[in-house]
Design a protein around this ligand. Structure first.
Ligand code: C5P
Length: 352
């Protein structure tokens, strides 16, 4: 195994309601003394989470994945990722030394965040590095050469149905493409992303999109204005694969179409969007976690325009008519929810 993988994750402390106001990439790089990266050898990217405003499961495919029709949108809940190129003291970043690059991520214990190879950011960095010949298989991992370090600052709920791991993979592709100067287009990064996970291609681009297939075939969708949400994470995660397995046991393929959601997005109509929100995975998530159905009822009773599980859950999303309504709703239901808005752009380079 040619790469040394250590993952550093900084979980944000403080009130989750600070998601929107928090400065970008505040999780600091922690490097060995005398390895401070120089100008141009460090890139910070802020990446939003995703929600599925519409998700229909059409059936099971030959490859075992499920055929989807889904409307993705980014939402203002962010992870911040910082990549840095460091050379050993007294040695530079000569391009000739780069095939011996080591990719390092380090891991502070954060519940539910996969370590090492299981982390999608690691997989994304390795895939980009190998396809761009930045990382060669078979190098001597003990060799004292240049290293690339990835620091991750989590703000997106872990395994919450908001694409947090996929967002980190997308951010890693964008950040390392810049840091390493590999000059792949966003389309090429999307293609690489599809090999990592079904949500990664969308999160490389962000905004609003209609997706089919595994969720990787994307068409941009017009969305006017902003929508305001209360995001209610659950205290325990749900694995996407388990939710799809529960769908296999309890649900039938559906023919429902996204027209009403697309029309509501075009016409900036929160009330129509609330009525049109649809997620075929919701009954499967409720079967695995019955308290989610009760939470949905409480949010609807409190006056949300629409409520649904985000993706495979368990995070619950309640749509409000505007920001003030979202703040009032979050305060009234006391579900530990925080306010966010959508759409929220895509991964953005915030510092070099
Ligand atoms: O693509 P990704 O690795 O994010 O998917 C996680 C799991 O969710 C897959 O292993 C699969 O079990 C399930 N999945 C699916 N059909 C999809 C997307 C995901 O069955 N379209």
């Amino acid at each position: 195994m040619p790469l040394t993988i250590v993952l550093r994750v900084f979980w944000r402390t403080g009130n989750v309601r600070d998601h929107n106001s928090r400065g970008a990439a505040q999780g600091g790089m922690r490097l060995v003394a005398a390895e401070t990266p120089r100008d141009g050898t460090r890139v910070a990217v802020r990446v939003p989470a995703k929600v599925n405003l519409f998700l229909a499961v059409r059936g099971v495919r030959a490859d075992g994945y499920h055929e989807l029709a889904t409307v993705f949108q980014t939402i203002s809940v962010f992870d911040d990722l910082c990549v840095a190129l460091v050379a050993p003291p007294g040695r530079g970043h000569h391009p000739a030394s780069r095939p011996h690059m080591r990719l390092e991520l380090s891991h502070d214990e954060v519940q539910g965040v996969p370590a090492g190879d299981a982390n999608l950011a690691v997989q994304a960095g390795r895939l980009l590095g190998e396809s761009a010949h930045m990382i060669e298989p078979g190098i001597d991992s003990e060799r004292v050469g240049p290293r690339t370090i990835i620091d991750l600052d989590k703000g997106i709920p872990v395994a919450g149905g908001m694409g947090g791991g996929s967002a980190d993979a997308a951010a890693t592709l964008v950040a390392l493409n810049e840091l390493w100067g590999t000059e792949l287009s966003r389309d090429e990064l999307r293609e690489l992303g599809s090999r990592i996970g079904s949500d990664v291609p969308f999160l490389v681009v962000g905004g609003t999109a209609f997706a089919t297939g595994r969720g990787t075939a994307l068409a941009q969708v017009l969305c006017r204005g902003e929508f305001h949400w209360v995001v209610c994470p659950d205290s325990a995660s749900l694995a996407t694969a388990d939710v799809f397995k529960a769908w296999d046991k309890t649900c039938e393929p559906s023919e429902v179409e996204p027209d009403a959601v697309l029309q509501a997005l075009r016409s900036e109509d929160a009330e129509a969007l609330g009525a049109a929100l649809h997620n075929d995975l919701e009954p499967a998530a409720f079967a695995l976690r019955p308290r989610l159905a009760e939470r949905k009822e409480r949010l609807l009773t409190a006056g949300a325009l629409g409520v649904m599980v985000s993706g495979s859950g368990p995070t619950m999303l309640a749509l409000a008519s505007d920001h003030a309504h979202a703040v009032a709703l979050a305060a009234e239901v006391r579900e530990g929810g925080f306010v966010a808005r959508s759409p929220a752009g895509g991964p953005e380079i915030v510092r070099r």
